[in-house]
Design a protein around this ligand. Sequence first.
Ligand SMILES: Cc1ncc(COP(=O)(O)O)c(C=O)c1O
Length: 374
Amino acid sequence: MSDSTFIPVNEPLLDGKERQYLLECIDSGWISSEGPFVVQFEQEFAKKVGRKHGIAVSSGSAAIDVAVESLELKPGDEVIMPSFTIISCITQIIRSGLIPVLVDSDPNTWNMDATQIESKITSRTKAIMIVHIYGLPVDIDPVLDVAKSYDLKIIEDAAEMHGQTYRGKPCGSFGDISTFSFYPNKHITTGEGGMIVTDDNGLEEKCRSLRNLCFEQKKRFVHDRLGWNYRMTNMQAALGLAQMERLNEFIIRKREMGKLYEELLTKVENIQLPLNKTDYAENIYWVFGIVLNDKTKINAQTAMYSLGKKGIGTRPFFYPMHKQPILKKMGLFKGENYSIAENISQNGFYIPSGLAITKEQIICVANAVREVLQ
Ligand SMILES: Cc1ncc(COP(=O)(O)O)c(C=O)c1O
């Protein structure tokens, strides 16, 4: 158990029907992926995002693996994606022999800069991976225009975007295939878990097969293709259903958190706070990030260390793909430079932003941030 005065970077809220639905799993004996909550969760989640199909999996990373594989791109095909994201976005691209092609971030939203995509297109480009970062969506319309002009597939990683919209339309409804994560720091959680959503019947069928070891219907243990056991259990889906019932309330809570942090921190000099809105979306504050500039008296690492000493949990921002040691070792991204991604990665971190955070805790965190940075 953690020290009761420590404010963790995230704490989920599990005080709805989670316990009741979990007990139903135990009482009925349905604890595997065969249980009825899985299909129910898939259907309700897909409906919420406005998609035909939902395929529940064991994590957001698993969802991306399956989504990328389901597109059946060929080795050497190129996929355009942001440098500033989590490693989960690139792993299956690399394992499938595809070539990741990076774009830099927008310094204001921290999302991939949609205006850079077209210049990265070659005759081998086959897909664009959109990744919505930290609470605001990517500016999607320009990406869709480019994808349409060049006949490219869209993979949309909406891991952090439950309940978010772009110009009024749900995030997760824009990709040929879109994915979500339900890790406990997400707006809704299943402990570990993920979801793939799509309107394409063929992709749905492939994803269902890939997440289930590509078992054949007729000859179960005879395989034509390699998949994964990425199934979600009935217990995870039980949690997910209970959480979904409260998604709208959770979004309101997160926006209130963001608003309060902004009010309390807006006068702190030499730091950048998240934009509370753009012309296409209002921030849902998956996390409340802070980026220091070069006039700040300490660097991000020292700030995180000092906040930790004051009992405040923090996390650094993502580390850009072009700087990842494992990817450099593979000879990728030689000589490439994405200065915005590097800057926000080096100078950014986020402060406690979970759903269970209280107003008093937010005030306490903001006071500590002020003390440390001023
Ligand atoms: C943008 C993004 N994509 C993918 C993932 C991976 O999700 P998971 O942790 O469920 O594997 C995360 C996790 O935080 C994420 O933020």
